[in-house]
Write a protein that binds this ligand. Structure first.
Ligand SMILES: O=C[C@H](O)COP(=O)(O)O
Length: 251
């Protein structure tokens, strides 16, 4: 049985008032025990969110792979644990595109997170160009293989993978359930080839890209989709709770 997860990535949004309102709304909500709900606030608010969170788990949006030292502006895995995180988003396409993070750096972060017992949410996904040229399977398979390459196969199940087609992020143009399922199945197949079915069947693969309350249930009903990584819709408390409820419906 795989974990069903809904993670809200707040990206670089919000302020202390927003955090107060969101956490008060989340703490009043009743979530099904069959769904793990995670919120990923901007790093300056991680401690505050962790201290306020009653039922949801907390994740960071990024981290560095070293344990400490002269890495100005970065956060270590142990710092994230110290402020109450249990998840960390790694290799989001915004990190890859805007901050030039490459697959090898992403792999080091995945490995460091697992070593520190933080669950990495390894993001993969293709550009519109790669989708249209039909190269998307190759691009995604490469991101998955390199992203997991520094782990022993038995640790693969400590990772959550998120498929986020770049063309669907923040555009309102979600992948169709069939398009998403096709890629999720491919990702699970790649992991099966690397580590066997016993491992790949235990890895949660989330879909991200314009998920909202209307699209969530059909997406999450697909056999290889184990929840969502939600951006814009996670900033609206009612919408986010509705997405978590949609996940509970398919559990
Ligand atoms: O991490 C979340 C994704 O980038 C999806 O963002 P979105 O739901 O705003 O499209």
């Amino acid at each position: 049985m795989r974990d069903l997860i809904v993670a809200g990535n707040w990206k670089m949004n919000g302020n202390r008032q927003f955090i107060d309102e969101m956490m008060s709304g989340l703490n009043k909500a009743i979530f099904s025990e069959s769904v793990k709900v995670v919120v990923c606030p901007p790093s300056v608010y991680l401690l505050d969110v962790s201290q306020k969170a009653k039922t949801v788990k907390v994740g960071a949006q990024n981290m560095y792979f070293e344990d400490g030292g002269a890495f100005t502006g970065e956060l270590s895995p142990s710092m994230l644990i110290d402020v109450g995180c249990s998840y960390v988003v790694v290799g989001h396409s915004e990190r890859r595109e805007i901050f030039a993070e490459e697959d090898v750096l992403v792999a080091k972060k995945v490995s460091a997170a697992v070593r520190h017992c933080l669950t990495p949410i390894l993001c993969v996904g293709e550009s519109l160009e790669h989708r249209n040229s039909g190269q998307f399977f190759d691009v995604i398979a490469r991101q998955v293989k390199i992203g997991l390459s520094l782990l022993n196969a038995e640790n693969f199940a400590d990772v959550v993978v998120a498929y986020e087609p770049i063309w669907a992020i923040g555009t309102g143009q979600t992948a169709s359930p069939a398009q998403a399922q096709e890629v999720h199945e491919l990702i699970r197949k790649v992991i099966t080839e690397l580590a066997g079915e016993n491992v790949s069947e235990r890895i949660s693969i989330l879909y991200g890209g314009s998920v909202n309350a209307a699209s969530a249930q059909e997406l999450f009903s697909q056999p290889d989709i184990d929840g969502g990584l939600v951006g814009g819709a996670s900033l609206k408390i009612d919408e986010f709770i509705a997405i978590c409820s949609a996940a509970a419906e398919v559990a």
